[in-house]
Design a protein around this ligand. Structure first.
Ligand code: NDP
Length: 282
């Protein structure tokens, strides 16, 4: 899905979106290719999402990243979808091909690339917390990567029932029903972004799994990373995933793959200029 294009106007759309680092990351990538582009953060209300996307592309916009809570809405809007996007039923990238709105999902590949720095997935017993757009994006590549069954736990029963239908290979349960026995626990809820507590049974981390929070906060550890570390678990946040999914988005839009090396350290060190202190999203 590579577009040759003159207009280079990009944005990330979501609610909330104010502290997203995607604009800085895409400008960093663009500099590697001496490419000029604009990349904005756009806060859109749910009832305006579809009309805003249509008018963005109608006015010459080149590409969108979609963040919470609109990844399933974005998927439903597209007339062409990639296989990995269909597997997820959620999209974090939109672009035009001719007159057609095309959707892809780079969250899964972004997560797996970053996890490779931390853990071997082949034999991992995995627990995913959350059943929103991000969870949907990461399930297919994780199913492909591990020989063990994946467990997913969510707060609302409605989302669990939908997940059961869409991913019958995944064991689904309520958060309160989670037991132990995991090597990797991924927090794909938006609890950190919303500043809400994540109610998790103590047994979930009883095997001292590697813990990964898809959310990130630049000035401090996220609540889930702090919770995991307090129980002796190694834990990191999702900044590395954000960078890797952005690199894959950049490739889809521009046809060239940026170098991500060193960017994690750069963003962490330059955090004052990147809005430290706030929860961020892709
Ligand atoms: P959605 O809005 O689609 O889904 C949110 C999920 O979080 C739902 O399953 C919801 O459960 C659950 N949730 C929200 N609050 C709580 C809470 N207090 N306790 C328990 N569960 C809760 O969001 P996304 O899936 O798009 O995003 C989820 C997170 O992943 C966000 O923080 C986002 O920033 C992050 N993310 C990071 C990326 C990265 O590159 N690092 C990429 C993609 C996402 P319920 O069904 O009960 O409402």
């Amino acid at each position: 899905m590579h577009l040759g294009m003159d207009n280079k106007r990009f944005a990330v759309v979501g609610k909330p979106v104010a502290h997203s680092l995607s604009p800085q990351i895409h400008q960093y990538f663009a500099q590697q290719f001496a490419c000029s582009l604009t990349y904005e953060r756009i806060h859109v209300e749910a009832h305006d999402f579809e009309s805003w996307v249509i008018s963005f592309f109608a006015s010459g916009g080149a590409g969108l990243n979609i963040t919470l809570p609109y990844k399933q809405k974005a998927f439903a809007m597209a007339s062409h979808t990639t296989a990995r996007c269909r597997s997820a039923g959620a999209a974090n990238v939109l672009l035009l091909q001719g007159d057609s709105l095309c959707a892809d999902n780079t969250d899964g590949v972004g997560l797996v690339r970053d996890l490779a720095h931390h853990i071997t997935l082949a034999q991992a017993r995995i627990l995913i917390l959350g059943a929103g757009g991000a969870a949907r994006g990461i399930i297919p590549p994780l199913l492909a990567a591990t020989s063990h069954k994946i467990t997913l736990a969510n707060r609302s029963v409605e989302a669990i029932n939908q997940l059961r239908q869409d991913f019958p290979q995944v064991d689904c349960c309520c958060l309160s029903e989670v037991s132990g026995g995991f090597d990797l626990v991924l927090n794909a809820t938006s609890s950190s972004v919303n500043g809400e507590p994540l109610m998790l049974p103590e047994a979930a981390l009883s095997t001292v799994p590697f813990c990964y929070d898809l959310s990130y906060q630049l000035d401090q550890v996220t609540p889930f990373v702090a919770y995991a570390k307090a129980r002796g678990c190694p834990a990191v946040d999702g900044l590395g995933m954000l960078i890797e999914q952005a690199a894959e988005s950049y490739y889809l839009w521009h046809g060239v793959r940026p170098n991500t090396g060193g960017l994690l350290e750069l963003l962490s060190q330059s955090s004052v200029g990147y809005g430290r202190g706030a929860s961020s999203c892709a």
